[in-house]
Ligand binder design. Structure first.
Ligand code: GUN
Ligand code: ZN
Length: 428
């Protein structure tokens, strides 16, 4: 048993529905076998648990572990290519890199780099876009199990419009996916997601095969891309004359539900938003990627009005890194600048988008997302070195909300000195 003594910020109630920041300056989280069993003042905790180890974190701020709802495993070495729109960026930057993952040694190296990228940024749970190669997905699952992160991922599938080496067919996609499901889904913190790359590279039969996998394997997840770029959307319409719109390509295949996360949705039609809200599918908002690829402004207000759940995604490698602090600040910037009128975001909204909203999107809200009694201890310790800009900012913050805004504005992975999943250190 451990007592974590800390200044704690979290968002157990949704700030888009009137919730406020929960901030406590010196609280004790009592953790037993990875679960928070009490949250009280320190002297009470000490009295009740005189032999528990005390972890004194009063020099910084403790936050819930971050939840990244959209991040590509094979793209860690592709981060930072600037100046191209989506389809050009895929052809020139991302896909040549993804083609290398058929080499197991290469995939093993990337999986290590990728998981280090997540943990160093304080990400404890993620919906991960896998690889087109089943062997590489297997390698990622195995390494994620060792590191201990909560990872949902799957075999990426496409049957057209990509280099030949990345293309599959219905039978192969089903047999390789089923093998991975049988081997990994529900093992520890790991889960499988059916992952058609996007409807620009997946025809109706391949999408329907994914829907059949969902029907045959209750509990598995679905992730893909949606309405990111105008040329992509036009291409999808040409490939799928049977579908009413982009979302419908997934819906008619049986891929839309509460266990579906669709990335971007920068250019949705009202019907699509209404249908996403009705189906309970979540949108992964990836603001640095939307800026880097000039995809456009994410219509957050329209998503909220339609009842669509929204959380943050880093979208590495179109996104510019693993930091959900950076994604939060970029989300704020873009809402400020949106010519159509953005949602004014506070630091409390940003924390929610990076933690509890992501946990909700991933169906992990009973488990993680805030630091309430009953939740697992997935947490990030923000503890900047003395004299660093964030240390100075925290020392002079005017309120807890202001301190949190400074964490988003100034925080880097170097300031996140310790990260836990289920009470076990994964960084620090
Ligand atoms: N759409 C299809 N594939 C990708 C990808 O790798 N990155 C992004 N941002 N969009 C995509
Ligand atoms: Zn993506």
């Amino acid at each position: 048993m451990q007592i974590f003594r800390a200044r704690v910020f979290d968002t157990p109630t949704d700030p888009f529905a009137g919730g406020t920041l929960r901030s406590e300056s010196d609280t004790a989280l009592v953790v037993d076998s990875g679960r928070i069993v009490a949250r009280t003042d320190f002297s009470t905790a000490r009295e009740r648990h005189p032999y528990a180890e005390v972890v004194d974190l009063r020099s910084g701020v403790l936050l819930p572990g971050f939840v990244d709802t959209h991040v590509h495993f094979p793209q860690i070495r592709a981060i930072g290519h600037l100046g191209r729109p989506l389809l050009d960026w895929l052809d020139q930057c991302a896909l040549p890199e993804e083609a290398k993952l058929g080499d197991d040694a290469y995939a093993r190296a990337l999986a290590g780099e990728f998981l280090t990228g997540l943990t160093s940024a304080g990400t404890t749970s993620a919906m991960v876009f896998g690889s087109h190669f089943a062997s590489a997905v297997d390698i990622l699952f195995a390494q994620a199990a060792e590191v201990g992160l909560r990872i949902t991922t799957g075999l990426v599938t496409s049957d057209r419009n990509l280099p030949d080496i990345l293309v599959t067919d219905v039978d192969r996609s089903v047999s390789e996916s089923q093998e991975l499901i049988d081997r990994w889904h529900g093992q520890g913190r790991l889960r499988f997601a059916v992952t058609p790359r996007f409807s620009f590279s997946a025809g109706p039969e391949l999408l329907a095969a994914g829907g059949q996998l969902v029907a045959d394997n209750p509990g598995i997840w679905v992730t893909s891309h949606l309405n990111e770029n105008r040329d992509e959307i036009a291409g999808v319409a040409a490939i799928h004359p049977e579908a009413g719109d982009y979302l419908d390509t997934y819906d008619r295949a049986g891929l839309l539900g509460r266990q579906t996360i669709l990335a971007h949705n920068v250019h949705p039609a009202d019907r699509e938003l209404g249908r996403m809200g009705e189906a309970g599918a979540a949108a992964a908002h990836c603001p640095t990627s939307n800026s880097a690829l000039a995809s456009g402004f994410f219509p957050l207000r329209r998503h909220l009005d339609a009842g669509v759940r929204v959380a943050l995604g880093s979208d590495v490698g179109a996104g510019t890194g693993f930091s959900l602090l950076k994604e939060g600040v970029q989300a704020y910037f873009m809402q400020q600048l949106d010519p159509a009128g953005g949602v004014p975001l506070t630091s409390t909204h940003l924390l929610h988008l990076a933690t509890s909203a992501g946990a909700g999107a991933l169906g992990l809200d009973e488990t993680v997302g805030d630091l309430s009694v009953g939740k697992r201890f997935d947490a990030v310790f923000v503890d900047p070195a003395a004299g660093q800009p964030l240390d100075v900012g925290l020392a002079h913050a005017e309120s807890d909300e202001d301190a949190l805004a400074k964490i988003f504005a100034l925080g880097t992975p170097a300031d996140l000195t310790r990260v836990w999943v289920d009470g076990d250190l994964v960084k620090g």
